[in-house]
Design a protein around this ligand. Structure first.
Ligand code: SAM
Length: 381
């Protein structure tokens, strides 16, 4: 138990003094998920009054499109009952409530759904329960700390802005080769912490063949590479479930499709950039998602990977503009302004349309899921 008044920064400082600098991944994990003072253990971080806004909070259309996507995939799976519908990091439950409402067009779907929500925040669990009260479901939702405890069976899994919160290791290229970046204390500086480089160690093995290949070895000095073992392990676990029990996962997040290197670690507080090394636990810390790494992990265990495709074309193909047109028919002038603004924000390349991407992982034998069917987007047979 932490003595009252001790901040997370003070505890991490003491830990670094005792055991040495910590990896960026360890720092990120503590800052986000420390059981007492981690960012996601505190208040509701979403919305205008919080630190950031996500796609489902921008418009109901986002969750509705994903609900229809689920119904379509479920039908192509042979409409299994029960089907485990899983959401990783459901936030306020908005996406799931909108998805289930849209899915009412096939009432058998709601009756078949066994809903599992993977969420570490007690505050957000309570919020999700409230949002989903009265949702058209056969049984009440079950909450989990981890995907591992979700029961086996045919699976539909949704994760929006979840993988970006999983810890990343960072590596920096020096004239002597790659070194892991660590967080050290900074007794002389005006900040409590600073980044430093560790001597070469076994963690370099995390970089894997892609980053150690000859081309990458020639990366200029100062290049930064990121690896998320937690994200890769989770993609592998999802892929294994899908390969064994059938189904599909839809991962939407901001990130890159292939081979981009760079320091993408960022913190947000009250919708503004924040220094990730200042006041850990008080700001959201994220890193761009390496979709290629997730895809490789899922494919390595026998799942099929589609995409990633940019969010704009993906939502457009699912019919978001058509849905907007229907909503506009009944909208007041003020609502119409909001709908136009939401369409722009979700679809436009200069907003969320390109940086955000969708990746599907499916069992073998399922047709290409909706939104992924353009030539050139299939990345595995
Ligand atoms: C950025 S929010 C996204 C919320 C929601 N998906 C949305 O789009 O509005 C991240 C969500 O993941 C949850 N979360 C973060 N890290 C987690 C972890 N390691 N295990 C389970 N849930 C986590 C947070 O509490 C929150 O619900």
């Amino acid at each position: 138990m932490t003595p009252p008044g001790t901040t997370l920064a003070e505890r991490l400082t003491r830990r670094i003094r005792l055991t040495g600098p910590m990896t960026v991944a360890d720092y990120m994990r503590e800052a986000l998920a420390d059981p007492e003072q981690g960012y996601y253990r505190r208040d509701d971080p979403l919305g205008v009054a919080g630190d950031f806004t996500t796609a489902p909070e921008i418009s109901q259309m986002f969750g509705e499109m994903i609900g229809l996507w689920c119904v379509d995939v479920w039908s192509r799976m042979g409409a299994p009952s029960p089907v485990r519908l899983v959401e990783l990091g459901p936030g306020r439950g908005t996406l799931m409530a909108d998805a289930l409402r849209a899915a009412r067009l096939r009432p058998e779907f709601g009756a078949a759904v066994d809903l599992h929500l993977v969420e570490i925040s007690e505050t957000l669990r309570a919020r999700q329960a409230e949002t989903l009260r009265g949702a058209p479901l056969g049984t009440a939702p079950t909450w989990h700390d981890d995907f591992a405890t979700v029961p086996n069976g045919p699976l539909l899994l949704i994760a929006n802005e979840f993988f970006d919160a999983l810890p990343v290791h960072q590596f920096e290229r020096t004239p002597e080769g790659w070194h892991e970046r660590v967080v050290a204390t900074d007794p002389e500086g005006d900040r409590r912490f600073r980044f430093a480089l560790a001597p070469p160690g076994p963690a370099i093995g995390l970089l894997g063949p892609d980053l150690l290949e000859p081309g990458r070895q020639a990366a200029p000095v100062g290049s930064v590479a990121e690896v998320s073992p937690a994200g890769i392990a989770l993609a592998e676990a999802i892929g294994r479930r899908l390969a064994t029990f059938g189904g599909a996962a839809l991962i939407v997040d901001y990130g890159y499709g292939a081979g981009v290197m760079g320091d993408s670690l960022q913190a947000l507080r009250r919708h503004r950039r924040h220094d990730p090394l200042v006041e850990p636990g008080c700001a959201d810390i994220t890193a761009h998602v390496d979709f290629a790494a997730l895809g490789r992990a899922a494919r390595s265990v026998g799942a099929v990977v589609r995409g990633p495709v940019p969010q704009g074309p993906f939502l457009d193909r699912l019919g978001l503009r058509l849905r907007a047109a229907t909503l506009l028919d009944r909208a007041t002038p003020e609502q119409a302004r909001d709908i136009h603004a939401a369409v722009e924000r979700l679809l436009e390349p200069t907003q969320m349309g390109t940086l955000f991407k969708a990746l599907a992982i499916t069992s073998a034998g399922l047709p290409i899921p909706a939104g992924f069917e353009t030539p050139g987007t299939a990345t595995s047979p």
